[in-house]
Design a protein around this ligand. Structure first.
Ligand SMILES: Cc1cc2nc3c(=O)[nH]c(=O)nc-3n(C[C@H](O)[C@H](O)[C@H](O)COP(=O)(O)OP(=O)(O)OC[C@H]3O[C@@H](n4cnc5c(N)ncnc54)[C@H](O)[C@@H]3O)c2cc1C
Length: 464
């Protein structure tokens, strides 16, 4: 760029930026050079706004006009939501040879186990004849082993105990495991709607899901798929496909982490009580995670979520100030509140079968068993996860797993713990892959082939 081509104002701006950038890092310098050099063409495209299709206000009512949506991908198995269930589903389907697309609304994976700071891994033991017996196997167990091999990944992993993981290590591990499998990944993409075929299934006459629509920064985009797994936890896809489901209210909390507890000097005075709300240990010395029950609410109601975020943040702040006022605990600090509010149960799919707590306690056997779940604290025996609780009762080619699978009230509380979400996710991924590759519906998936695949992938399907 010659000086003669610039206005005086541009030149001043350009040299000022140059002086500023010289004092900064190479990366920052490159950024400024690229974007702020006057007279250079930008690397984008100009947009005249003529193609916009805004919502309309007509007679006091807001409507959305019909518009064509750009298709960004076509795959065998679409997994929506990259929490514990969704990541296992995507990995399983990809390892089976299916072309998998995984879409997540945030910039990281792990769902409530990372973004929600839910760090303790319950539910992978059952009551056995010689004490607690681990039922978790397959991809979830592989995750635990890999966390164990990573610095600061996991603590308290021993027989009968519930270990605690580190959210950042788990986020990183998921990136590693998902990218190892050649899975197509879209982050920052929020599922809006299921895509339902105009033609019903020729055999059952039921509607057929063909993928989902996502809202992104570039606008709405479509992913077409042979099989779609809704692991958003909240049934954001199956609820828009016309699937029957229950909408439940449950406790909604907000988790946080405290720092510097290794620097606390508890009073030696016999009568002195330690402060409340100190939480539990994590793999990082001095850092503790603090769970919150919270009031019962509707976790898919935006007004409830907004109100509880504000209330919970105030409550946490107050709790931490109380701790800091306690002699010996002055150095404690609020390290982090969970970026994601702790919604436990919302929409629960209605499948051809519904798992019940009574069936689980009685150890009921299902012919279409695709996995075995554990108890919160090894207080009861193993229970089976059949295909018929992972698929919809009234819509084809849509599956779910994790906290939204078909279960009664009591059982939802068991299926939702992280290891059980790993197991049901693993099962749903395998079932979707087999259905997509054999050209059947999800409900009609070849159970023998899915079970064989799961066994090859290291899953535990019960005593044979
Ligand atoms: C406060 C709290 C404490 C808990 N304590 C424990 C505990 O101690 N031990 C334990 O084992 N379990 C505990 N749980 C339960 C456990 O954390 C969850 O049930 C489990 O993480 C559910 O896994 P999931 O994959 O089904 O769903 P989630 O973890 O909710 O993952 C869903 C994923 O989908 C994404 N998503 C959601 N909507 C969309 C959308 N529209 N488009 C795209 N992506 C979307 C989310 O961002 C997320 O990544 C607790 C839960 C809470 C809330």
């Amino acid at each position: 760029m010659k000086k003669s081509m610039l206005s005086r104002r541009d030149w001043m701006k350009w040299t000022a930026l140059g002086a500023f950038s010289a004092a900064n890092t190479g990366a920052l310098r490159a950024d400024f050079r690229h974007h702020n050099k006057p007279g250079l063409e930008s690397n984008g495209t100009a947009y005249d706004g003529a193609a916009a299709a805004p919502a309309r206000l007509t007679g006091g009512k807001v409507t959305r006009p019909a518009m064509e949506i750009s298709q960004i991908s076509e795959c065998d198995v679409l997994v929506v939501g990259g929490g514990p269930a969704g990541c296992c589903a995507a990995i399983s389907a990809a390892r089976a040879g299916a072309k998998v697309t995984l879409v997540e609304r945030y910039g990281h994976f792990g769902g409530l186990a990372t973004g929600g700071l839910v760090l303790i891994i319950l539910g992978h033991w059952v009551a056995g004849t010689d004490g607690p017996k681990q039922v978790l196997a397959g991809i979830g167990e592989e995750m635990m082993r890999r966390l164990e091999a990573m610095p600061d990944g996991i603590v308290n992993r021993k027989k009968g105990a519930n270990p605690t993981i580190d959210a950042e290590v788990y986020k990183y591990l998921l990136v590693e495991m998902l990218t190892e499998e050649n899975i197509e990944i879209f982050l920052h993409s929020w599922a809006l709607d299921a895509i339902v075929d105009d033609e019903p299934d020729p055999h059952s006459g039921l509607p057929v899901v063909r993928g989902a629509l996502f809202q992104t920064k570039t606008g709405p985009v479509a992913v077409l798929a042979k099989q779609t797994i809704d692991t958003t936890g909240d049934g954001d896809v199956f609820s828009t496909a016309g699937c029957a489901y229950d909408r439940r209210l449950y406790d909604i909390g907000l988790v946080h982490r405290l720092g510097n507890l290794d620097r606390a000097e508890p009073s030696k005075d016999q009568g002195a009580k330690p402060p409340r709300h100190l939480g539990d240990v994590t793999p990082i010395p001095g850092v503790r995670w603090v769970n919150m029950g919270g009031p019962v609410g509707d976790g898919v109601d935006v007004k409830t979520l907004s109100r509880l975020e504000l209330e919970h943040r105030k409550q946490i702040w107050k709790q931490v100030q109380e701790i800091k006022k306690t002699p010996g605990y002055e150095k404690t600090y609020l390290m982090e509140t969970a970026p994601q509010i702790g919604v436990r149960i919302t929409r629960v799919l209605q499948g051809p079968q519904t798992l019940t707590i009574d069936q689980a306690r009685a150890g009921k056997h299902f012919d279409d068993c695709l996995g075995v779940g554990g108890a919160w604290n090894a207080e009861h025996g193993p229970w089976e996860i059949p295909l018929s609780v992972l698929v919809s009762a009234n819509v084809e080619n849509i599956l779910t797993a994790g906290r939204s699978l078909s279960a009664d009230w009591g059982m939802s509380d068991v299926v939702r713990v992280i290891p059980n979400c790993w197991v049901s996710g693993h099962a749903a991924g395998a079932a979707a892959a087999v259905a997509a590759m054999e050209g059947t519906t999800a409900r009609g998936a070849n159970v023998a082939a899915v079970r064989d695949l799961l066994k090859k992938q290291g899953a535990y399907l019960g005593e044979e």
